[in-house]
Structures are given as structure tokens and as C-alpha cells.
Design a binder for this molecule. Structure first.
Ligand SMILES: Cc1cc2nc3c(=O)[nH]c(=O)nc-3n(C[C@H](O)[C@H](O)[C@H](O)COP(=O)(O)O)c2cc1C
Length: 138
């Protein structure tokens, strides 16, 4: 079973969760904005990025457009945006056309969106992300 984490992050929330998932299940973590992912074939990719003004981050969107079912069989979405399951639905809209499965399992926690919400994702979110990754890949 081959898996990796691919993330895009502007202000660091998604990056923190990506790193937690990667270290919890000992899989590589790739920054989409740096084109770090190797040309390879994966059973699972954990994929996450911010929502900006009701839409997926443009880097994440462009990355999803490049994926084929030969590259990844199943995507597991994680998100630190404000609406639970919104990112999962947006990602599914892009990749389902290409017969890439999006898992019904997804991880969400609220990212830091305003100066009044500091230190989010909190330690509790990091722990929850680690537990999530262990459970879905377990
Ligand atoms: C300019 C801007 C617009 C945003 N628009 C939305 C939005 O429409 N819906 C939403 O759920 N979150 C929205 N967010 C919240 C981000 O998706 C959220 O803070 C996320 O954790 C950012 O991830 P990052 O720190 O990895 O970049 C917005 C944030 C910014 C800065």
C-alpha cells in the first residue's frame, strides 16, 4: 500500500495538519506549491488546501486537474476551512469525472481565520488528525 500527503497552504493551517498526518502514519508529505510530488502511483493520497472566497485554492485546483486514476486510486480529503465537508465536495467535483474515488472519510478542523482565533489548529486538532490518519490507513 503506497500513500502520501499533498497539501497547499497559504497561512500554515493546512501545512500543520498535513505534517501531523504524514508523521502519524510515516508517509511522505509534499507541498503542491513546490511541485514536490514524485511521478509515481499511489493507492491513497491525503489531499488538503484552503478554501478562498468559496472556492478551492488555485494551486490545489491546478494540482487536482493533473491527477489521473493511474496516479491515484483514492483521495482522502482534509481541510481547515470553515465549512465541514465543503472542500470534500469541491474536490470530488473535479476528480470524479476521472474515476478517482474520494473517500467518505475526511478530516476537518477550523483554521485560523481571524485575529481572534489564534493557535488554531490547536494541539487537540493535531492529535485528532494523527488519530484520523492512523484509523483510515490502519
Ligand atoms: C482571503 C480568505 C478567504 C477565505 N474564504 C473562505 C471561504 O470562502 N470559505 C471558507 O470555508 N474558508 C475561507 N477562508 C478560510 C481559510 O480557508 C482557512 O483559514 C484555512 O485554514 C486556510 O488554510 P491555510 O492556513 O493552510 O492557508 C478564507 C481565508 C482567507 C484568508
Amino acid at each position: 500500500m503506497k500513500a502520501a500527503v499533498c497539501y497547499s497552504s497559504s497561512s500554515g493551517n493546512t501545512k500543520a495538519i498535513a505534517k501531523a498526518i504524514g508523521s502519524a502514519v510515516s508517509i511522505p508529505v509534499y507541498d503542491i506549491r513546490k511541485n514536490e510530488r514524485k511521478d509515481d502511483s499511489y493507492d491513497f493520497l491525503f489531499i488538503g488546501g484552503p478554501i478562498h472566497i468559496g472556492n478551492l485554492d488555485r494551486h490545489l485546483r491546478a494540482f487536482l486537474e493533473t491527477l489521473t486514476v493511474d496516479v491515484v486510486k483514492e483521495i482522502i480529503v482534509f481541510s481547515t476551512a470553515q465549512k465541514d465537508d465543503f472542500a470534500r465536495r469541491l474536490i470530488d467535483e473535479i476528480v470524479s469525472k476521472k474515476n478517482i474515488k474520494v473517500s467518505s472519510e475526511a478530516f476537518f478542523c477550523q483554521g485560523k481565520f481571524s485575529p481572534f482565533k489564534k493557535n488554531i489548529p490547536a494541539e487537540v486538532d493535531i492529535k485528532a488528525a494523527e488519530a484520523f490518519a492512523k484509523r483510515v490507513l490502519g
